[in-house]
Design a protein around this ligand. Sequence first.
Ligand code: GDG
Length: 469
Amino acid sequence: MTEAEFVVVANRLPVDRDDDGGWRSSPGGLVAALEPVMRKADGAWVGWPGKADLEIAPFDFDGMRLVPIMLTADDVELYYEGFSNDTIWPLYHDVISAPRYRRAWWDAYIDVNSRFARAAADVAAPGATVWVQDYQLQLVPQMLRELRPDLTIGYFHHIPFPAYGLYSQLPWRKQVLEGLLGADVIGFQRVADAGNFARAVRRQLHLETKASGIRVPQPDGTVRVSLAKAFPISIDADVYIELAQRPEIRERARQIRAELGHPRRILLGVDRLDYTKGIRHRLKAFGELLDDGTVTVTDVTLVQVASPSRERVDAYMQLRDEIELRVGRINGDYDTTGHTAVRYLHQAYPREEMVALYLAADVMLVTALRDGMNLVAKEYVASRVDNRGVLVLSEFAGAADELGSALRINPHDIDGLKQAIVQAIEMPPAEQGRRMRSMRRRVREHDVEKWSREFLRALEKTRAERSKW
Ligand code: GDG
């Protein structure tokens, strides 16, 4: 096998398996951002194909070399659903749901991380750059450094990094920090996440930090400096702008309004069905606005797309029951034969339909209790080529650091959320335009391509400095 100058290591490969055994690309911002680098550098992508027990040899797809990692059904249960999604995910999202600490899950996490690291070590050319993605693979940077000290290693953390008081619950808190510190650059969504990480490193490992640098002693007595810094991720804004200008998608947006019975205002939520997204808080606020007569069902409809997610994890099954109970109650109380209060869609849609929904929505509700970034907020903004619409945005989503002209809310403050929804519904077009234009400028100028460029530039800089030591 030829070796790659640039390697991405992520839990998932950027492709999905067809029912007939073929592959189709799973479009995402990350793939779009990395595609040019992958092509130029003869890149490889190491990841899991998404189904248990699939043993597949490396293959080329769309100009990329894909290196599949086989996970058994046990690996999926212990490493993925267990440690990744039932320990790290809830702990790093401020224990909104109680994290479960199971030693067998941790053992599987080490085992699977070491297989990813080995596969990356096998495919990387001498002196190559490797970019590890996200919380499922926090041990890979250090494992990879031990196998291949010649590599330049980056890591990007897509979810929040919690405050020290919470992080210190993790029984394996030292090992996880040591795993991450194997990277030359450790990227976070927000400045606050990078700060939380640096604090954990100082308190747990007693290492010295200065500005964004962390001094990491090496076995040979030298010191390596790892950089822990914010690189806020973004979207491929041009794709959303182009879709939002297509006549058939604009027509579809009008059709959606008609299908909903032409309400005066449409509110929209789009989330994976996840307890971090604050869907219950959103429904509570909307339900109360109907209860107290501030809005009526003929006037305002809430469309909630809740795409299916992690359906075998207990906390997600419970959440689905709670949300569906609440939607059923609101609709039972307020629907008429011609109008619905909440149009709840537990389905996944093509991107074209998402953009039509964004265009149809007067108000976008992003009420996350904790969220690394929240790309939906940026997609809504990019899609509003007409400079209309209002974004209601939780201060607990990373996007709040950049989208200062959104209506900022604390989703725990239900009265405050209700007021913001009313303000959004009544906002005059001129004010919508002013706010939307400034947010659109930010999203267009800081797209996902810029994000990857800045991260890789920082990584290159550490390589240059390393050669000076
Ligand atoms: C993690 C972090 C961080 C959703 N339903 C459908 C659909 N989606 C798309 C959205 C958006 C993406 O999924 C969700 O991205 P988010 O950023 O909102 O949230 P997470 O999935 O939790 O992502 C997050 C992100 O990583 C990137 O670093 O921002 O904080 O939690 O693109 O549009 N897309 C389609 N149909 C659906 O039904 N096509």
